[in-house]
Design a protein around this ligand. Structure first.
Ligand code: GLV
Length: 319
C-alpha cells in the first residue's frame, strides 16, 4: 500500500523526523531558507500532510492551492501565519506545539527583563569597546527588580510561566487578559487589572498574547504615552502587537525607559532606529530556540500527524 506523503517546509530536528519517517514518506524542503507561499504550493503537491513553520504564510490563496493536503501541523505555538478559519472551512485541521516551549519562552522574557533593567547587553558592549575604566558609585546604574510591578498582557501558559519566575525575583504581578482568572485558579499571587491600569501601574510590561485582529497594534503611541516614564516594554509574543514606529517614538521621546524585543512587526526586518538605541535589547526570535525544546516540538508535530492519519483527533488541533 502506498504510504502517506508528508511535506516539511524546512528541516526540523531528527527526533520528530525519524518518528515521521517510520510511518510516512517524508519530503523535507531541500532549501536552506524559508519558502515563499508559491513554493510551498508547488512543493506540497501530492503530499497529504504538511509541517509548516511560523514564517510560512498560509493564506486563503495558498489553502486553496493545497488541494491534496488534509492536515497542517504548524511547528510553533503561534498560528497567526495560517488562515485557520479558512482551513477549517476547507476541512483542513491545523495543529500547533503548545506546552513544550512554555518555560523556554518565559526564560527569554525574563532574560530580556534582566537585560534592560540592569543594562547587561549595553554593559557588555561597553567593556568590549574598552570603556570600563573602573568601578565608581554613580557608574552604569540600572534599576532593581525587587518590589517592581510586572504587568503581563496575556495570562496564558507563557504569561503564567513568566509570572511564576518573576515572583521569585520579587516582582508584584498584575495582568490583563480577555478573561480574569481568580488567584486560586492561577495558583499564585497576581491581580487582574483593566488594560488602562496595566499601562499606568506597570514598571515592566511583558506581552504574551497571540496575534489576532483584536491584538494587532494593541500597543501604539496612545498606550506608550499612558505608561510610566520609567517603564520597560518586553515582547516575546508577536511583533505586530506593537506598532513599531510608535515604540521608536516613545523611546526617543522618553515616554518609556526601554524595550526588550524578541519579535518584530516586519520580521526579519528590524526598525533601524531601534538598532541605534542603547536602551533596547534585540533578540532574533529565539523564544523556543533551545535544543531540547525544538526536539520536543518536532515530536509534537509528528504525534499530531500520526494521530490524524490513524483516524484520531490530533491532540493539538487549533481550528
Ligand atoms: C514561535 O514563535 C512560536 O510561536 O512557537
Amino acid at each position: 500500500m502506498e504510504r502517506t506523503r508528508i511535506f516539511v517546509t524546512r528541516r526540523i530536528p531528527e527526533a520528530g523526523l525519524t518518528k515521521l519517517q517510520k510511518v510516512f514518506d517524508v519530503e523535507v524542503s531541500p532549501f536552506d531558507r524559508n519558502l515563499t507561499p508559491a513554493e510551498i504550493g508547488e512543493m506540497a503537491a501530492g503530499a497529504q500532510g504538511m509541517v509548516s513553520i511560523a514564517t510560512d504564510t498560509i493564506d486563503r490563496e495558498l489553502v486553496d492551492g493545497l488541494t491534496d493536503i488534509k492536515i497542517i501541523a504548524n511547528y510553533a505555538v503561534g498560528f497567526d501565519n495560517i488562515d485557520i478559519e479558512y482551513a477549517r472551512q476547507k476541512g483542513i485541521p491545523v495543529t500547533n506545539t503548545p506546552d513544550v516551549l512554555t518555560q523556554a519562552t518565559a526564560d527569554i522574557a525574563m532574560a530580556l527583563i534582566l537585560c534592560v533593567a540592569r543594562r547587561i547587553v549595553e554593559g557588555d558592549r561597553l567593556v568590549r569597546k574598552g570603556g570600563f575604566k573602573g568601578f565608581y558609585p554613580m557608574f552604569f546604574l540600572g534599576v532593581e527588580l525587587e518590589n517592581k510591578t510586572l504587568g503581563i498582557y496575556g495570562m496564558g501558559r507563557i504569561g503564567q510561566a513568566v509570572a511564576k519566575k518573576a515572583l521569585n525575583f520579587g516582582f508584584k504581578i498584575i495582568y490583563h487578559d480577555k478573561i480574569s482568572h481568580d488567584g486560586a485558579s492561577l495558583g499564585f499571587s497576581a491581580r487582574y487589572v483593566s488594560f488602562e491600569e496595566l499601562l499606568r501601574e506597570s514598571d515592566f510590561i511583558s506581552i504574551h498574547a497571540p496575534l489576532t485582529p483584536e491584538t494587532h497594534h494593541r500597543f501604539t503611541k496612545e498606550e506608550f504615552k499612558k505608561m510610566k516614564n520609567g517603564a520597560y516594554c518586553i515582547n516575546t509574543a508577536r511583533g505586530p502587537l506593537i506598532r513599531e514606529e510608535d515604540l521608536v517614538g516613545a523611546l526617543k521621546e522618553g515616554w518609556i525607559a526601554g524595550a526588550g524585543l524578541d519579535v518584530y512587526e516586519f520580521e526579519p526586518k528590524v526598525h533601524p532606529d531601534l538598532i541605534a538605541l542603547d536602551n533596547v535589547v534585540l533578540l532574533p526570535h529565539i523564544g523556543s530556540a533551545a535544543i531540547e525544546v525544538r526536539e520536543r516540538m518536532s515530536v509534537v508535530v509528528a504525534d499530531n500527524l500520526i494521530a490524524f492519519f490513524r483516524g484520531e483527533s490530533p491532540p493539538n488541533k487549533v481550528n
